[in-house]
Design a protein around this ligand. Sequence first.
Ligand code: SF4
Length: 389
Amino acid sequence: CPTGALTSNSSSIQEIWAAIRDPKKTVVCQIAPAPRAALGEEFGLGSVDVTKKVVTALRKIGFDKVFDTVFTADMTTIEESNEFLSRLVKGENLPLFTSCCPGWVKYAEEFHPELLSNLSSCRSPQQMFGAVLKKKYAKELGIAPQDMFVVSVMPCTAKKYEAKRPEFTTEGAYDVDAVLTTVEAARMIKEAGIIFNTLEESEFDQPMQQATGSGVLFGTTGGVMESVIRYVAGKLLNAEGRVDVEFTRGMEDTKIASINVGDNKLNLAVVNGLSATEALIQKIQSGELDVQAVEVMACPGGCVGGGGQPFQNDNEHRKARASEIYGIDAKLELHKAQDNEDLNKIFEKYWGGCCNHDTHHDLHTHYNPKRRVAGNEIVIKDGNGPEIT
Ligand code: SF4
């Protein structure tokens, strides 16, 4: 019984309880990679994988469908990797900067508008799932986009801002209606009176159920780059089975390496924290560093260290959560995005395949130099992720 809604201070939580009580709404939830390794901390379980318990809890709360954002992390990997390969062939807009961190995107829009054509045009996994649900899945179910209420469980408050960008809408409805941070999701579970630690485990909903370890890696610094390398190695070398990458792993704020994928030598960089990002940009722009792709995450350690994660967000906790993320990847059967069969079916059914004009229309975006959204300002704190207020 959601009586706790009456005592909640969070406007997101109140809005979600209202949608769940509204018989006209189909209420759908997606959960990002990073919260699954941290939410258990709110229940005294430590940094362990609680994905399947969270699925059960969200269903008990009243969500009609529960999906895994890892599914659209795989989607992002496929669209972004092909964008990267295309830019390499044409020799344009390099280095490619990743774009799934809204803290970084807003920083680039405000302070480096000259780099916006270098950002990947891919929507983030959160916004790709929003697009899939509102533009395609709702219609398949015969539901108007306005009558589907999409909620995300995310590691940061920057995702709340991202969901309100005006371009992320379908027929006037936001693709993602409300965002819960990891801590807020735990609070909502408590408000519902659910005894989390004794919950049974359950699976995500079909037909977008399958997930690869590659997509899970989006939850930690280096994970997007490793996913792209796995995809590119699989595609160019027909590499089967595991492709593990060493240099992307670890909590250092800047990691740079040259790797060979067949005859192709790729110079790559992974950076986390906006101070380190700024230093890296200066090196690239001065000609001191020549790279073809850069993964940027605004928070220390990437999303495991997001501002919406449980309060003890120090380096030890970030390392423990990242270690769990790599453990989930190791246990999963599939490790490269292109091996996700549910995803390949969805690409085929909704767009006639991946990486074409129609996926570009629905799953990509654009950026605005000097973007100002009324009431939204970026606040950058050293040692913490950015806050967007
Ligand atoms: Fe959010 Fe931080 Fe992850 Fe960026 S790195 S998406 S700001 S949690």
